[in-house]
Ligand binder design. Structure first.
Ligand code: F6R
Length: 587
């Protein structure tokens, strides 16, 4: 949930740390800091300069521009607070008693209280309230002249999750990174090296990275990066070549990443299908190549996700049941992990994540989204890529043994292939959506209602609105409405009712009548040519007449744009909503 960066090379470290922290800010943005080992003056000991801000990275940058530390080795951090408020003292980097060891951290040290008590008893002092601060002190306590050995010894004592970048001012040519249950990459430049939470931070500098494995340590010197285990056994890491470029991690003329990413949806949808789908609905995932007889043995499907990814899981549940005829259930991954679930030996477990980092999940294999980086904290294009991937997974399962005839598969393929252009069609109606968003932006409460596939779409519409505009919004199924939520409705409580084509459309239309009878304003999403709500709903947004699976995608895009424009109208920071972070690596 925090972003970390480290640099060692021939260039000035500070500007590189500043730029990288800006690109990492989506991971957390309540405080920031850097430590730079300054070039020693003759006859003087090495000195490390620490600059921190108890606000966002921009404030840190202002401070650094006013007083720029000069040095070729440095580390930086942008924080999403876990232990301790976002104050100056709690901002990273943290240091040891003698101000020689500097550490930035993403994750949670679960046994920090026990370690802190032990270190305090040995005379160490802890000015901050953070869990991170035990790391430099533990390294200090283990230091016998070899920094790397002290790091290894310290990390063996730590439980929980960490991605760390560290250096000691006694070793001006050594930058150390380490990870456990939190991601970390080592960027290999031309005579210079980086350590970063993710590739986005360093993409302008290099496309060659080493992805550190669990429990591995990277020792970076001017001669290169060496990866080893905590026991000091050398690990041969493969160099990965990144195939996207810096333009994809920038706003490209859009006022916000979120809007840019919504506009990348047609490509995200197309890329999720590319090379995977034939005309008759046969699906091949190169990276998830499970033979038919193994798939035939699957008895049921469990889909796990959180937030937007849980809504994707619910969509997957629906189509797998419908198209494949297998029992499927979507679950909140954070709850599931601590239950005593009854998962059969032949259950296909599908864990869904856009970041790949959410702490509540882990997987053996993967179906990649191919949607490029998503920087806006609110998920948009990645949800669409998830929806398409789950449709394809359902088709893949249905090809083995399913309820979908060859003819029907052909129809579904046609519907999916038409989607990129249809998404473009929704994006082209931005002006209409802006007008609706402005009209509705004054309300403080919203209900989103849908049935079938549009139930999770309604939940997602509500989530998107509340997370970026801070307006209270609830999602409900049309059926559930009468079992409680309808009590909330009055003329100040509008409902966004998704009434596009589905088996339960007529029931949704009846629900709208019930809502209108309670004087609540209704913005209805209705299929072109359907006039059942003319004169009933307050506002109607007409959607193309398409398959239900395709219409769920188009409705999602419309609701993403609606939430975006409401939030912009209210002057909110849509890319960095308060209290949130893009990746949730702590439970
Ligand atoms: C909402 C949002 C979150 C994520 C959730 C899971 O816009 O982005 O609800 O979907 O934090 O994250 P991933 O998919 O990265 O596991």
């Amino acid at each position: 949930m925090c972003g970390i960066i480290g640099y060692l090379g021939d260039r000035e470290a500070t500007p590189i740390l500043m730029e990288s922290l800006k690109r990492l800010e989506y991971r957390g943005y309540d405080s920031a800091g850097v430590a730079v080992l300054e070039l020693p003056k003759a006859g003087h000991a090495n000195r490390t300069s620490i600059t921190k801000s108890e606000a966002k990275v921009d404030t840190l940058i202002e401070k650094l521009e006013a007083n720029m530390p000069s040095g070729k080795l440095g580390i930086g951090h942008t924080r999403w607070a876990t232990h301790g408020k976002p104050t100056y003292i709690n901002a990273h980097p943290h240091t040891d008693c003698h101000g020689k060891i500097f550490v930035v951290h993403n994750g949670i040290i679960e046994n920090f209280a026990e370690l802190k008590a032990e270190l305090e008893a040995a005379g160490h002092e802890f000015p901050s309230e953070t869990d991170t601060e035990v790391v430099p002190h533990l390294i200090e306590a283990n230091y016998k002249g070899d920094f790397l050995a002290a790091v290894r010894a310290a990390l063996k004592r730590i439980k929980g999750a960490y991605a760390l970048a560290m250096f000691s001012s006694d070793d001006p040519e050594l930058l150390v990174g380490a990870r456990l249950n939190a991601p970390l990459v080592v960027g290999l430049g031309d005579g210079e090296y980086y350590i970063a939470s993710d590739i986005t931070a360093i993409i302008p500098y290099t496309k060659r990275v080493l992805v550190l494995g669990e429990g591995e340590v990277a020792a970076v010197t001017p001669l290169g990066a060496e990866v080893s285990t905590l026991d000091g056994v050398t690990v041969k890491s493969k160099v990965v070549h990144v195939d996207w470029d810096v333009a994809q991690a920038q706003k490209g003329g859009f006022p916000h990443f979120m809007l840019k990413e919504i506009h990348e949806s047609p490509e995200a949808v197309a890329n999720a299908m590319r090379g995977r789908l034939t005309d008759d609905g046969a699906v091949t995932f190169r990276e998830f190549d499970v033979p038919d007889d193994q798939l035939k043995g699957i008895t049921d499907v469990l889909l796990l996700g959180m937030g937007t990814s849980l809504h994707a899981a619910m969509i997957g549940e629906y189509v797998i049941e419908d198209w494949v005829g297998l029992p499927a259930r979507a679950e909140d991954a954070s709850e599931f992990r601590y239950r005593r679930p009854t998962v059969g030996d032949h259950t296909l477990n599908v864990v869904i994540t856009q970041s790949g980092e959410t702490a509540d999940r882990d997987a053996d294999g993967a179906i990649y989204l191919h949607s490029g980086p998503e920087i806006g904290v609110a998920s948009t294009k990645t949800l669409l890529a998830h929806m398409i991937s789950l449709y394809l997974l359902a088709l893949r399962l249905a090809t083995v043994d399913g309820r979908v005839s060859l003819e029907r598969r052909g129809e579904l393929v046609e519907a999916l292939r038409a989607l990129p252009d249809q998404v473009r069609g929704i994006l082209a109606r931005d002006k209409e959506i802006v007008e609706l968003a402005h009209k509705y932006s004054g309300y403080r409460n919203f209900m989103f209602a849908g049935r079938g596939l549009d139930y999770p779409v309604a939940l997602e519409g509500a989530l998107k609105l509340k997370e970026i505009s801070y307006i209270h919004a609830e999602g409900t199924s049309g059926g559930l409405l009468k079992h409680g939520p309808i009590a909330l409705l009055d003329e100040q409580f509008p409902v966004v009712a998704i009434c596009t084509a589905s088996a339960t459309k007529d029931k949704m239309v009846s629900n709208v009548h019930e809502i209108v009878a309670r004087s609540a304003p209704v913005l209805a999403l209705v299929t072109e040519g359907d006039h059942s709500l003319d004169g009933v709903a307050t506002d109607i947004f007409r959607m193309p007449a398409v398959e239900e699976a395709a219409s769920a995608v188009l409705n999602t895009v419309m609701l993403q744009l609606f939430a975006y424009h409401v939030a912009v109208k209210l002057g909110q920071n849509v890319d960095q909503p308060r209290n949130l972070a893009k990746t949730v690596t702590v439970e």
